[in-house]
Design a protein around this ligand. Sequence first.
Ligand SMILES: O=c1[nH]cnc2c1ncn2[C@@H]1O[C@H](COP(=O)(O)OP(=O)(O)O)[C@@H](O)[C@H]1O
Length: 212
Amino acid sequence: MAQYVQPYRSSPEDRPRPRNVSREEAMKLDGYRHACHVMLYAPTSAKLFDRVPIRYIVLMMMRFDGRLGFPGGFVDLRDTSLEDGLNRELVEELGPSFNTLKVTEQDFRSSQVREMPQKAITHFYAKELKVEQMEAIEKEAALAKDHGLEVMGLVRVPLYTLRDGFGGLPAFLSNNFIGNSKSQLLYGLRSLRLLREDQIQDAIWCSQNIQY
Ligand SMILES: O=c1[nH]cnc2c1ncn2[C@@H]1O[C@H](COP(=O)(O)OP(=O)(O)O)[C@@H](O)[C@H]1O
């Protein structure tokens, strides 16, 4: 009689964590796929309810699989560079602005290697825009090739925490994120000093300990 074997399901804590590598090291590794994603951000003086500073518009997207992530995708290094491949993905996901408004090597921030579910290296970029450029991208994205297919819509990340202690960034962080995009978001906010370290730590703590 065939025996039922309980499938092995590792808990998130058991799974090997992605590790940071330099861009040079990442480019020398064999047998890994490369994916590039970008955090677009723009400083703003706008205030929510005329009182809560928005500070920065930071763009993520709702993906086809119901998870949040950054615009971008896999890049085939046999026929393109990291940045050309990324810009090509951005044209499909966000629209033709990225034929001219290109993400460049100067916008590169970090690379991480992961072994599961498949061997891949994720390269993270961040690019500062002006509010008007950001608004133009948001309008254009509804007409982009992938809109309503791979991209369900763009979302702005709330960087504030409301008086209830959960609304805003903590609630946003309790969403489901693809791959290491949540750690990329926190790394971006931290390294670009869009938020202070204590604000980031508070938001992470509240996202894990408070639910409304
Ligand atoms: O925002 C992100 N940050 C980091 N990794 C991501 C992000 N979005 C997707 N990924 C990972 O990158 C790889 C490429 O996925 P994606 O859906 O972006 O590209 P594709 O459209 O070329 O398939 C997948 O392994 C996915 O888990």
